[in-house]
Every structure is written in structure tokens, then in C-alpha cells.
Design a protein around this ligand. Structure first.
Ligand SMILES: C[S@@+](CC[C@H](N)C(=O)[O-])C[C@H]1O[C@@H](n2cnc3c(N)ncnc32)[C@H](O)[C@@H]1O
Length: 383
């Protein structure tokens, strides 16, 4: 059964749990999966870690703590445009890049990464621009890549950003406040057909056409400007007696957020970019929070794990074998202990893969096994 869509919020009736500070989802599993290629011997260069969605740097900090060496000076990493970023401390065992589309998140990441200024560069970009970022940094590839998709608790909890129907604020929903398209514009300007498509495709909303029509009727009288106005309208548009197991606006909010931030098209471009960036033995971990993004992750990894030859060909020509081996069976999910501490992790699904060399898992000559820590196997349960 596909997971319930989530925007990380609870019903509008005020029962939202209090924010509990920042808890990176599946932190131990992420570190166990990504540390080994960072700890292997890297001839004459630091190992390279890239966090494509650095957020509040919870995961990246944990990964650096496990694999790198902080400097005693407490310097923060610079947040930069892409030039002038080439200078790394050659003695640092790990060079890390933290990318985020949200400038506010980058400032908080810099603070969370105090002590790692010599080894970390933070870049304002979308994840699909990974190849450009690596080339601006003078990096040929990466040994560990992480994508923890979706919105951060910072964005969900911010009073003004409009991701949550639990707060009555302007309809914004941009992860990058410098981007042009916001939710108010979508609600104000899209036709019934366009709104129906968005609600159906990105919210899997069964009553998409009905809600779209109500939006267009309502805005003819007065523009919809706030999350509460929209949430109330959706609740009224729902056929009487239909229950959704949550607030009726949940799917509409998810759909608008995905549209505003072009999340799925971005992810579809990010997956091949991330796989291409991996050096042999390098690993990719992706955390998805709803079935639509998880499907893209699952399909991209499955395609990369298959030989690129017709089924009836009796041999696999060189260069056409699988590019990765999967490190998770199905998807790994948070266990009950984590969910008690962090209910927002409930919909998380983790998938991971390791890049193979041209002729197999160890062709790079680099040790894939960790030097100092043994990875605990990640137990996947979902299909
Ligand atoms: C779930 S949070 C990441 C939290 C992070 N792993 C941590 O431990 O603090 C997701 C972050 O990714 C960013 N983000 C989402 N999609 C992105 C994309 N396509 N490109 C760059 N950043 C993105 C969001 O702005 C947000 O800050």
C-alpha cells in the first residue's frame, strides 16, 4: 500500500506535536552505509562526500564525525557561489560538499558545521546541478552521496513559509525563497485542467477535478491567499461522508508543494547525475518521504543495477554490465524507537546502491570494506 502523503504536519485542529529539535532520519543507517567508501584508502586525495540536500546538516555532521577530522579552530564552512571554492585543506581526510536550494538552511548548516570550515563547502543550488557544482569545485567525482528529500523541519515549522495547513499563513511553499513560482501563483493562475493535473499527479487526489473547480470558482470572487482559506475550501469540496484518514487538504498541499518546487522532475534529473558522479566503490543513499519520489528512486536504482542488454543476449558485452549493486533489499524504514522519538520519520524509505567498477565490484582497487568500522546490514522490509 502506498504510504499516506505527508507534508509532515498533523491535523489542523491543533494536535500537531511540538517540534522536537533536529533529528536526522535513519542517521545510524545513513552513516553506516556511507562511511565505508570515505574510510577506504584514497590515493593522494581526500575522500569526497556530497550531501545534495544538506538542510540543517544533521546527516552530514554525523558522517563527518564518523570519518573526518575537525579543525580545532571552530571555523564555519563558507557559503558560496560556485567559484573560488577550490581550496581544500590537502591534509583533510574528507572533503565534503553540502548543497541546498534554501539559503536559510545553508546558514544554519554552516553553524551546525562549525569546526569543519577546512573540509566543507556549502553551495546554493538544486541537487540536479551536481555535475556543475563538482566541476566548479574542481572535483572529478564523489565517494559518498546523500539525498534526504523533501522539506526540512525548519521549513515545515517556519511560520511564514506556508508548507503546512496547520498554520494560517500566506500560500508560499517555496523551498528557495528566491525562486519565482509560489503556491499563491499556482492557485491564482492555473486553469481547472492544470490544477486537476497537479492534484491528480502529485497528490494522487481522487477528487482533483472537484477541488480544482472549487478553487477556480472561489478565486473569481476573491483570490485565495492563505493556507487556511485553501484548507477550508478543500474540506468543503470533499464529498460528504468521505474520510481521508487525515485532513482532507493533505494531498492538495503535497501536490502544490511538489509543483512549486518541481520536486519530481528535479529528482528524475538528480538520480542519474548522482549515479554518474560516483567513483567505483562510491555509494549513494536516498531517503524519500512519499510514494511518488520513492518510485523514481527505486526505478532509477533498479535500472542501474541491471545489465544494459537485451534479455535474449547470452553474454554481457564490456561496458554494458550493471553500474551499481543494491545495498538495500526493498527500502529500509525507521523502527519503532526512532518513530517514538521522531514521528515525522514515519513515511521515510531509504534506498542505497554502490557503484561498480568497469568489470565488477572491486575493479577500482580501492577497498570497499571500511578500515575502521563494519557496516551494519540495513534491513529492508518494504517492496
Ligand atoms: C529533509 S531536509 C534535509 C535534512 C538534512 N538531511 C539534515 O540532516 O539536516 C531536505 C532539505 O533539502 C533541500 N532540498 C529539497 N529538494 C532539494 C533539491 N532538489 N535541491 C537542493 N536542495 C533541496 C530542502 O531545502 C531542505 O533543506
Amino acid at each position: 500500500m502506498p504510504p499516506e502523503p505527508t507534508d509532515g504536519t498533523e491535523p489542523i485542529d491543533g494536535t500537531e506535536p511540538p517540534a522536537r529539535g533536529h533529528v536526522p532520519v535513519l542517521r545510524r543507517e545513513v552513516v553506516d552505509l556511507l562511511a565505508p567508501p570515505l574510510l577506504g584508502p584514497a590515493a593522494g586525495r581526500p575522500a569526497v562526500a556530497v550531501d545534495l540536500t544538506v538542510g540543517l546538516a544533521g546527516h552530514l555532521r554525523a558522517l563527518l564525525d564518523a570519518t573526518g577530522e575537525p579543525s580545532p579552530t571552530g571555523d564555519r564552512p563558507p557559503i558560496s557561489e560556485w567559484t573560488a571554492l577550490r581550496h581544500w585543506d590537502p591534509a583533510a581526510p574528507v572533503a565534503a560538499v553540502g548543497i541546498d536550494r534554501d539559503p536559510e538552511a545553508l546558514s544554519l548548516a554552516a553553524a551546525a558545521l562549525a569546526g569543519w570550515g577546512h573540509a566543507v563547502r556549502l553551495v546554493h543550488a538544486t541537487a540536479d546541478r551536481l555535475p556543475d557544482v563538482l566541476s566548479a569545485l574542481g572535483l572529478a567525482g564523489a565517494d559518498a552521496v546523500l539525498a534526504d528529500l523533501g522539506v526540512s523541519s525548519l521549513q515545515l515549522d517556519a511560520d511564514r513559509r506556508g508548507f503546512s495547513y496547520a498554520r494560517d499563513v500566506g500560500l508560499d511553499m517555496r523551498m528557495d525563497a528566491t525562486a519565482e513560482l509560489d503556491a499563491a501563483t499556482v492557485v491564482d493562475t492555473y486553469t481547472v485542467e492544470e490544477l486537476t493535473r497537479v492534484l491528480r499527479a502529485y497528490g494522487e487526489e481522487r477528487h482533483a477535478a472537484r477541488i480544482a473547480r472549487r478553487i477556480v470558482e472561489a478565486r473569481a470572487a476573491a483570490p485565495l491567499r492563505t493556507t487556511r482559506q485553501l484548507a477550508d475550501l478543500v474540506a468543503r469540496a470533499y464529498p460528504r461522508g468521505v474520510t481521508t484518514g487525515g485532513h482532507p487538504a493533505k494531498r492538495t498541499f503535497q501536490a502544490l508543494r511538489i509543483e512549486v518546487n518541481a520536486e519530481l522532475t528535479g529528482l528524475a534529473a538528480t538520480m542519474p547525475a548522482a549515479l554518474d558522479a560516483l567513483r567505483p566503490g562510491g555509494r549513494l543513499v536516498v531517503l524519500a518521504y512519499h510514494s511518488l519520489e520513492d518510485r523514481i528512486v527505486k526505478q532509477s536504482l533498479a535500472a542501474a543495477a541491471r545489465a544494459d542488454v537485451p534479455d535474449d543476449l547470452p553474454f554481457v558485452p564490456e561496458g554494458h554490465g550493471p553500474r551499481v549493486r543494491l545495498l538495500t533489499r526493498g527500502a529500509a524504514r525507521p523502527g519503532p524507537v526512532e518513530l517514538t522519538a521522531n514521528p515525522r520519520a514515519a513515511s521515510a524509505r531509504l534506498r542505497a546502491a554502490e557503484r561498480l567498477g568497469p568489470s565488477g565490484p572491486t575493479s577500482s582497487g580501492r577497498a570497499l570494506a571500511p578500515r575502521t568500522t563494519a557496516p551494519r546490514p540495513v534491513t529492508g522490509v518494504a517492496a
